[in-house]
Design a protein around this ligand. Structure first.
Ligand SMILES: C[S@@+](CC[C@H](N)C(=O)[O-])C[C@H]1O[C@@H](n2cnc3c(N)ncnc32)[C@H](O)[C@@H]1O
Length: 512
């Protein structure tokens, strides 16, 4: 951050059910074949995830930017296969499904799952499900997280009505992942809402943000997107009964025709290549013998848990009123100093993942599940427990100096007061207080950079400072701050995101 001269500033279990002796016999016969299926399926997933990257301009095939690998104590994760510049888009993917946040119920999640294509259902069921909600009957509890050694013993039931974070933390501290924070809203971003302030940001490789052609590179997964129109066989024949799924934790069963084929293709056992038990199939053989798969209460619970573990708040720049699950973003693990940002483009309907700092080949790609900017380790730990792990990132290392994030919090509190006052009556704020706020925001930006926090929160800090400078008629600084904020925003979102367009337009005010 540079000050200007003028200012100093688990295994994945499919539903269990009782098996008959004849089924047990068939189990053995099927096991060898299923192991092959398992391997094949994992390979397919890896191939899909590391599908070649197409350059928008030349259509040349580029080296895939990442691969899916197992990582100790985390399950699977995404790793860079080459050096990746800051601001590069590495994933662009239509979410499997999107739900309006205000309406999310267990039944809606399950209904959406049922309406997926069979191959999408299989892909969905492969995702990690941290057990945040459980069947009423504890014997049915599925310990489903693939993370080795991080299987949760949580017995807290989280429902959309009862997010159950149990942390006592404020809404502002809950971030974009919708896991435990399911029904909580994240402060809307954008120029007017997130004006936490800012400064002239000199981010790593900031120059590569705007004009670099790699910025426009896209990575597409093959999964059918929301525009796919072929109705799933499940939609028509499922015998779907809302009253049952409204409480999927009751020991009740309903039929879902058509899932059988899909499930036959699923991973069935530990994949030695991946090194983690992804899905124990021993209870799935029931699906080999029936034409209509029974969707058990435990499967329903699993579907809900997968949603809770993997869904992201989809930020359209104004509201955070939707959430969605994307296959590749779901494989991103958490870091309190994240190197990628998951955004949603409300125009194209794609979830995108872009690097917010340079990434070296072999580095793990990590996003932040929660708002990490100003939270202390204990607060972060409390929130992240909803995903069943204790963060081992650099920022969480024992003995690490926490003073910077503490100072950021203090500044945010001070700036928050000014922000509120600005919303009420802009003219009532003394110039001296605005000057102080600009200084505060520049300090915050510096602290964030020192903490390797280069996500869009940093852009909001810049925009806030730009706004204060504009009111103070310090136009040149306002212009520079706005431009720095835009660079930061572009890194995380990309030029095509309407959030950036809105910020560009707001920038015109500084020029005027
Ligand atoms: C969205 S999934 C991420 C991908 C997941 N690792 C997988 O295998 O599919 C979230 C889960 O990953 C694991 N996880 C994510 N970040 C982690 C971290 N920093 N340390 C340990 N486990 C982590 C937790 O089990 C969490 O519930």
């Amino acid at each position: 951050m540079v000050r200007t001269d003028e200012n100093d500033h688990s295994s994945t279990n499919l539903p269990t059910s009782d098996t008959t002796p004849s089924q047990t016999g068939k189990k053995k016969r099927h096991r060898a074949g299923k192991k092959d299926q398992s391997k094949r399926h994992r390979r397919q997933e890896r191939e899909a995830l590391s599908q070649t990257m197409i350059d928008d301009d030349s259509e040349s095939i580029e080296t895939p930017a990442f691969e899916l690998r197992s990582v100790e104590a985390k399950g699977l994760g995404l790793f860079a296969t080459r050096d990746i510049e800051v601001g590069e888009r590495i994933i662009q993917e239509a979410p499997l499904f999107i739900l309006p946040k205000s309406d999310i119920t267990n039944s809606l999640i399950i209904e959406s799952f049922i309406n997926l294509q069979p191959d999408q259902q299989v892909a969905y069921l492969e995702l990690c499900a941290h057990t945040t909600c459980i069947p009423r009957d504890e014997t049915e509890v599925e310990k489903t997280c693939v993370a080795e050694g991080s299987v949760s013993n949580s017995t807290e039931v989280h429902t959309p009505e009862n997010p159950g974070d149990g942390t006592g933390l404020s809404e502002e501290q809950i971030d974009r992942r919708s896991c435990a924070s399911d029904m909580q809203s994240f402060p809307p971003k954008g120029l007017d809402s997130g004006s936490d302030g800012g400064s002239i940001c000199k981010s790593p490789n900031a120059d590569s943000c705007g004009g670099d052609p790699s910025f426009r590179q896209t990575y597409k997964l093959e999964l059918p997107g929301p525009e796919a129109t072929t109705p799933s066989p499940l939609t028509k024949q499922s015998g779907f009964d809302r009253s049952i799924v409204d409480n999927p934790f009751e020991a009740r069963i309903w039929k879902v025709n058509g899932l059988k084929d899909a499930l036959e293709a699923t991973t069935t056992t530990t994949d030695p290549d991946m090194g983690s038990s992804v899905h124990d199939s021993s209870d799935d053989d029931q699906y080999q013998d029936v034409s209509a798969v029974e969707m058990t209460a435990s499967l329903a619970a699993r579907v809900v848990n997968i949603w809770r573990t993997n869904s992201y708040m989809l930020d359209d720049g104004i509201n955070l009123d939707h959430a969605g699950v994307g296959m590749a973003p779901s494989r991103l693990n958490h870091s309190c100093s994240p190197n990628v940002y998951v955004a949603f483009n409300s125009t194209s309907g794609y979830m995108t993942v872009q690097t917010v700092m340079p990434v070296a080949a072999g580095d793990e790609l990590c996003t932040a599940y929660i708002n990490v900017t100003d939270m202390q380790r204990t607060e972060r730990r409390a929130l992240l427990s909803a995903w069943g792990f204790e963060c081992g990132c650099v920022a969480c290392a024992d003995g690490r100096d926490e003073s910077r994030r503490r100072k950021i919090k203090e500044i945010k509190t001070r700036v928050g007061v000014v922000k509120m006052a600005m919303m009420e009556d802009l003219t009532a704020i003394p110039a001296a207080q605005l000057e102080q706020t600009v200084g505060d925001l520049l300090d915050q930006a510096t602290l964030m950079e020192e903490e390797s926090l280069f996500g869009p929160d940093l852009a909001d800090v810049c925009f806030g400072a730009a706004r204060c400078c504009l009111i103070l008629d310090r136009r040149e600084e306002a212009r520079q701050l706005q431009s720095e904020g835009l660079k930061v925003l572009l890194r995380g979102h990309g030029l095509d995101n309407p959030i950036c367009l809105a910020a560009f337009q707001a920038g015109d005010l500084c020029e005027a």
